[in-house]
Design a protein around this ligand. Structure first.
Ligand SMILES: Cc1cc2nc3c(=O)[nH]c(=O)nc-3n(C[C@H](O)[C@H](O)[C@H](O)COP(=O)(O)OP(=O)(O)OC[C@H]3O[C@@H](n4cnc5c(N)ncnc54)[C@H](O)[C@@H]3O)c2cc1C
Length: 474
């Protein structure tokens, strides 16, 4: 039988999409890179995921696992075609309130998990700004962060176990409720592997108790350096706030245009800080932050007066990327991370690159982690501008690496940063990673061409099979 017939027999006709418009909708993630899927499938449970893996291996066709497609590095873009495996039907949530854990399907939307845990006084700490859409499986695959990961750590700190479909359709459970299970930490290998080693079908997550009190501070600064220095000094003081987020002026204006939350539109930068815990503690922590901010030239300091006001401020922060549509139809985003103490000089260098390249650059980022999100707003239909955008992007990454940073703070490597891996890793490092991939994926079906640069060991892209004109994979 051909590939599509095999998939229809295994999953049912309704769960296999082949129409051109349907395929187009799954041809890219939230990055700019588009591919051409051969077929899109919606397995309904783990057994069906295992069937898809077996069928893919039989036909020698790549599988691109996909949650919500909010990734920003083309990880879920089918750049060499193949089967896009969408996990959204894997949406079960089983909460164990006594143990503060939950087994959740990989396709569960991040925010839905916290909503389900709320009645038990619990929540899931990783909160990417895309949390109303992105899936827990996508969070695991990218080891995602979020504004509130500063104190609690990124996704990896909240994953106790995984159910994963490996080569041959073998289903394994890695990790467990035990805090430090014996044996090699194979769960740790899967977290952050971007769908290149297998398909995650279920996740055993750690849930945290909701703090009784929260204070959210909105601070405006006449100079961006005042905001970044405040961040460094707050951390140096020993405080670890729940969140420390910076947004620059151009973006403050774009967000305030529709949010109307009283953001400081005259400020060069705003700092959104949050502290959580018992009432007495949060008030004194808020005071420490205010004092440091004042000493660094804060021009306004406001504490959210009501839960609704707090929610509005976070809505503004988490919708900031979308607000850039007021500046240009497309954006290109990096998430390089630098040591906090080098934020000010790195930002100055990044703005200089944008000015020199005559590009519009804005910044909204997880300042507490040193995780910059320089975003270039532009019109991708103009090839000359696009060329300048990509060149500026490379320069930005180079500056971050020079300033002691890393290629990615949370968005992953995907295709977008793949060829920059050589700037961050030695040949030996890359070879070790490629050998690992070989062990997990001897048939080379799991998300080929992602993460590892061409030429790393057997990952020569010439080896990836493609469909011929008649649809047969060659
Ligand atoms: C507006 C916006 C804001 C964002 N904010 C943040 C942020 O604050 N922090 C942050 O870290 N990221 C952020 N992101 C990036 C993105 O939302 C995260 O990386 C998210 O975790 C991706 O989840 P997803 O379900 O959309 O995954 P997808 O985009 O569908 O996939 C991402 C990667 O995971 C793989 N994958 C997905 N599901 C599985 C699975 N079940 N098994 C194996 N591999 C799988 C895919 O193959 C791909 O490589 C943001 C994106 C947008 C558009």
């Amino acid at each position: 039988m051909d590939l599509v017939t095999d998939l229809r027999v295994a999953l049912g006709v309704d769960n296999v999409l082949v129409e051109p418009l349907e395929l187009y909708l799954f041809s890219k993630d939230a990055s700019l890179m588009r591919g051409e899927p051969h077929v899109v499938v919606f397995p309904q449970d783990t057994t069906q995921v295992a069937e898809v893996v077996r069928i893919a291996e039989t036909h020698g066709v790549p599988i691109v696992p996909r949650g919500a497609g909010t990734g920003l590095t083309a990880g879920a873009s089918p750049t060499v075609g193949g089967i896009v495996l969408v996990t959204t039907a894997l949406d079960t949530i089983e909460i164990d309130a006594d143990n503060r854990t939950a087994w959740v399907g990989a396709g569960v939307i991040n925010l839905d998990l916290s909503r389900a845990a709320g009645p038990y006084g619990l929540y899931f700490a990783p909160d990417p700004s895309s949390q109303s859409a992105c899936t827990v499986g996508g969070n695991v695959a990218n080891n995602s962060g979020g504004p509130h990961c500063l104190a609690e750590g990124s996704t990896t700190s909240h994953v106790l176990g995984l159910e994963v479909v490996l080569t041959g359709g073998e289903v394994v459970i890695l990790g467990s409720q035990a805090p430090d299970p014996p044996g090699l930490d194979l769960k740790g290998l899967i977290v952050g592997s971007e769908g290149t080693l297998g398909v995650v079908t279920k996740v055993l997550v750690r849930l945290l108790p909701i703090d009784p009190e929260v204070r959210t501070l909105l601070m405006g600064f006449a100079e961006t350096a005042g905001a970044t220095t405040t961040v460094s000094e707050v951390i140096a003081s020993g405080l670890v706030p729940a969140a420390l987020e910076i947004m620059d002026q151009r973006l403050i204006v774009a967000v305030e245009n529709w949010l109307h939350a009283g953001l400081p539109v005259d400020a060069a930068a705003m700092l959104l800080a949050e502290v959580t815990g018992e009432a007495e503690g949060v008030d004194s922590q808020a005071e420490v932050i205010s004092t440091i901010a004042r000493a660094n030239g804060a021009t306004s300091i406001e504490v959210a007066a009501t839960p609704e006001h707090r929610e509005l401020l976070w809505k503004g922060r988490k919708s900031a990327f979308g607000a850039t549509a007021q500046l240009a139809p497309d954006y290109y985003l990096h998430d390089a991370v630098v040591p906090r103490t080098r934020l000010a000089e790195t930002m100055a260098a990044i703005y200089e690159i944008a000015d020199r390249s005559q590009l519009t650059l804005v910044n909204v980022f997880h300042a507490g982690d040193g995780n910059l999100h320089p975003l270039i707003a532009f019109d991708a239909s103009d090839p000359l501008v696009s060329e300048r955008v990509y060149r500026a992007g490379e320069e930005i990454v180079a500056v971050c690496l020079r300033n002691g940073g890393a290629l990615s703070g949370e968005h992953g490597i995907g295709v977008e940063k793949r060829d920059l891996m050589r700037a961050a890793f030695s040949e030996l490092d890359l070879d070790a990673q490629a050998r690992l991939k070989e062990v997990f994926d001897p048939s080379r079906v799991f998300n080929p061409t992602k993460v590892l640069p061409a030429g790393s060991r057997c990952f020569d892209y010439g080896g990836v099979r493609r469909p011929a004109a008649d649809g047969v994979w060659v």
